[in-house]
Design a protein around this ligand. Structure first.
Ligand SMILES: Nc1ncnc2c1ncn2[C@@H]1O[C@H](COP(=O)(O)OP(=O)(O)OP(=O)(O)O)[C@@H](O)[C@H]1O
Ligand SMILES: [Mg+2]
Length: 276
């Protein structure tokens, strides 16, 4: 296989069961996703469909019951210790709530260098140079490093969370509802930032969202998840214009449409069987 087309991340037939008291609950049932180099693969589905569970399984934060996770061609499903840590540099995450990655009582600098510490990367590098570089990359001033999260807006905090994810120079970034808490205009700015960073750095994203309109905007491919099972997956244009599964159609109808004329059209009562 050609190197440029080989996937950077593969989640193959992942099943995750959570224990609920004496019972088990299957949160993911044989779910597979592959992310080609430099592309964005969306994972969409309503609340509770298992999106974050897949993110956590890929990041090694919940145990995989069956299946296999491959990062840069290496099986990391059950990998631990030094090699897991080394490979962990290549995959980072951005979550919905910036408090997950930015401790409110830490300076931005301290939060930014945490992944470097966790990955044993502090030795022999210009840490402050790296901090300034990632802040600049996300459109922030380098002196943001010496302030605290409360001094920034929600959008700026999310930019800083992205900077934190970039600091280990990863190839894959898992974005779990990374723009969901932001106002629409700020959302658009952060999505554009993610796209720019992808072009500049060859990043690949697993982009998780419950919102089809956001997914449409940024993802090359999309996988639709419903109650832990894949309903549909493929090129975004195809899935969003010719969905084969009724659940995908329902998700598309739930997505807000930016064009008010189209929105009015959609709200009109439809005649059964009418061609569109
Ligand atoms: N640690 C856990 N123990 C038991 N059940 C869990 C655990 N984490 C998640 N679940 C259950 O697994 C299912 C999938 O949860 P998950 O958080 O992956 O969904 P999601 O698609 O990310 O939802 P949301 O859009 O609300 O973030 C839900 O029914 C949830 O209650
Ligand atoms: Mg979630």
């Amino acid at each position: 296989m050609n190197d440029t087309t080989s996937p950077v991340l593969v989640a193959d037939n992942i099943t995750v069961r959570y224990r609920k008291g004496r019972r088990h609950f299957t949160a993911l049932d044989n779910v597979s996703v592959r992310i080609p180099h430099g592309t964005t693969v969306g994972l969409v589905g309503e609340s509770g469909s298992g999106k974050s569970t897949l993110a956590k399984a890929i990041l090694g934060l919940v145990p995989v019951t069956t299946g296999r996770v491959e990062l840069l061609g290496e099986d990391i499903t059950h990998l631990t210790g030094r090699r897991r840590r080394e490979l962990g540099r290549s995959i980072q995450a951005v979550f919905q709530d910036p408090n997950t990655s930015l401790n409110p009582s830490f300076t931005i600098r301290r939060s930014l260098i945490e992944p470097l510490k966790a990955q044993n990367m502090l030795g022999g590098i210009d840490v402050d140079g790296r901090v300034a570089e990632v802040l600049t990359a996300v459109g922030m001033e380098p002196d943001a490093a010496f302030r605290r999260p409360r001094q920034f807006s929600g959008g700026q905090r999310q930019r800083i969370s992205i900077a934190r994810a970039l600091i280990t120079n990863p190839q894959v970034v898992v974005c779990d509802e990374a723009v969901s808490a932001l106002d629409l205009s700020v959302q658009a700015q952060v999505l554009n930032l993610l796209t720019d960073l992808q072009r500049e750095r060859g990043l690949s994203y697993l982009f998780i969202s419950h919102d089809m309109s956001v997914v449409k905007h940024i993802c090359h491919e999309v996988t639709v998840l419903y109650r832990g099972v894949i309903k549909e997956s493929g090129a975004t244009r195809l899935v969003t214009t010719q969905p084969v599964d009724p659940y995908t159609r329902a998700l598309l109808l739930a997505a807000p449409i930016a064009d008010p004329a189209m929105q009015r059209q959609r709200q009109r009562p439809t005649t059964a069987g009418a061609a569109t």
